[in-house]
Design a protein around this ligand. Structure first.
Ligand SMILES: Cc1ncc(COP(=O)(O)O)c(C=O)c1O
Length: 476
């Protein structure tokens, strides 16, 4: 079992610091004042130690295929290193000066071929790739249309983009998308006349909600309203690379829509267990990025180990070694849905609003159920549920503001290839056990404070830690 003391470190109480710094240097005091605003809003982040606990069951990491946890990626990575014993560790400069080499060129070629793209371009991270695309591709006079829930990196890029307008549509809402396109057609003559373009920015799988974008429908609507082809699509495949599509080629491949999507962005820090990202596109888009994306031009090229790790990941996918892992993920998700829906407390917990798992709707008939399953409960209960599961060695975390809007916090469960059926059952039963405890507390509480047992243990551990910090002995 995980100890409540560990959770004190993971979920520290955040107190204002600036008031105690009256005599400190103004440089640091002002920084702490700014942080205090976030602390007061409960909107600060903590870098957790995440020491591996051998008994802890992973329902949290984005190592979806468990290539990292299982170590499956190690051997092909080591093979890459031994096949190139004279490798130069660092690239030695930007790709545009002396940082390029045949090994990186070859990796990009392999990536493009695997994803049936004309070409590809490597970036150090998905964040940088998204910023580069959003800043460089839409020209002045063009429009960007984006799902309101796209990743922070796309917003970062849009802040600098010189596009004429940037308009969001409601999350995954095809009617809202249609309205935004009609508005643009009405108000922007150059776009209406096919002289300027629209770039539509989407994620294949929205990782906070675990839902897939209705890509086919969005492409159809786009083509209907702008039949001249001056609307193009950009899909961020961060959470579907390795998990969806033939051998992990991604969601666009799963739908067979490669020829309809101008830009795909595949990241390697999640299912492929390394770092970096690539943009799969045509030569024109690649040349545009190479010539205008400042994080590409003014940054040292990827190191040999980074490219070797990416190649190792592609080797595993191409050789079919990840296919069974993809299937396991889906099996685990379905097994969870089955165990939950058959649990005696499930209906009541749903009816009373203690548990809501939107992605379980019609799970039996959903061939594309995803590995991300947010669990909604009353807002103040989300942490209680997290504590309960953590104390049962079930590793999953709440997602809070500012990552999701206020009022929409949730516990995010992520399923992996090597989670066992027993682990999945333990997870489902623990959630239901907690729901049962909350139902009983609500029935008996009559408006009083309803703190379930796991949260009480964590609160007590917090209090003991406070006493310890104040120098008061915490007991015999
Ligand atoms: C949808 C999405 N896009 C891009 C990124 C950034 O990718 P990376 O971690 O490689 O920077 C993330 C990462 O969290 C993501 O979730």
């Amino acid at each position: 079992m995980v100890d409540a003391k560990q959770l004190v470190e993971w979920f520290p109480n955040k107190k204002a610091k600036a008031p105690g710094m009256k005599n400190a240097n103004v440089f640091y005091r002002n920084l702490e004042e700014a942080l205090d605003i976030k602390r007061a809003e409960n909107a600060t982040f903590t870098i957790r130690k995440n020491e591996p606990n051998p008994r802890s069951m992973d329902f949290s990491t984005l190592d979806f295929l468990h290539l990292s946890k299982s170590g499956l990626i190690r051997q092909p990575f080591l093979d890459e290193l031994s096949a190139h014993p004279d490798f130069h560790l660092g690239a030695g400069g930007s790709r545009l000066l002396n940082g390029n080499n045949a090994y990186t060129d070859e990796a990009e070629k392999e990536i493009a071929e695997f994803h049936s793209g004309e070409t590809s371009l490597l970036f150090h991270s998905g964040f940088e790739a998204n910023v580069a695309i959003m800043v460089s591709v839409p020209r002045p006079g063009d429009a960007i249309v984006f799902d309101e829930l796209v990743h922070a990196s796309m917003h970062e890029g849009m802040q600098t983009s010189k596009a004429l307008c940037k308009k969001s549509f409601k999350h995954n809402d095809t009617e809202s998308f249609r309205e935004v396109l009609l508005e643009i057609r009405e108000s922007e003559q150059m776009i209406r006349e096919g002289k300027r373009s629209i770039l539509v920015a989407l994620e294949s799988l929205y990782s906070m909600d675990g839902d897939l974008c209705p890509l086919k429908e969005l492409i159809e609507i786009g083509g209907e309203i702008f039949p001249d082809g001056n609307i193009q699509f950009f899909v961020d495949e961060a959470h579907t690379t390795g998990v969806f599509g033939h051998q992990g080629r991604g969601f666009v491949n799963e739908l067979g829509l490669e020829h309809k999507v101008a830009i795909r962005m595949h990241t390697y820090g999640k299912a492929l267990a390394c770092t970096g990202a690539s943009v799969v596109c045509n030569d024109t888009v690649r040349d545009t990025l190479v010539n205008t994306a400042r994080c590409f031009i003014y940054s040292t090229a990827p190191s040999f180990p980074m490219v070797a790790a990416i190649k190792a990941g592609y080797y595993l996918m191409r050789s079919g070694q990840t296919e069974a892992l993809q299937d396991n993920i889906r099996h685990n998700v379905k097994h969870f849905c089955k165990t939950m829906s058959e649990h005696e407390i499930w209906d009541e917990a749903n009816d009373e609003g203690i548990l809501r798992i939107p992605n379980m709707d019609d799970w039996e008939n959903n061939p594309m159920i995803t590995q991300v399953m947010p669990v909604m409960t009353r807002q103040r209960y989300t942490k209680f549920l997290c504590y309960h599961l953590q104390l049962q060695s079930l590793n999953c975390f709440p997602i809070d503001y500012p990552v999701v809007p206020r009022g929409f916090n949730r516990l995010r469960i992520v399923f992996h290839a090597t989670n066992t059926e027993a682990e999945v059952e333990h997870l489902a039963n623990s959630i239901c056990e907690w729901a049962q405890e909350m139902l009983l507390l609500e029935e008996s509480g009559k408006g009083g404070v309803r703190i379930p047992s796991a949260a009480r243990q964590v609160n007590e551990a917090h209090a003991a830690a406070e006493l310890g910090r104040a120098g008061v002995p915490s007991g015999p």
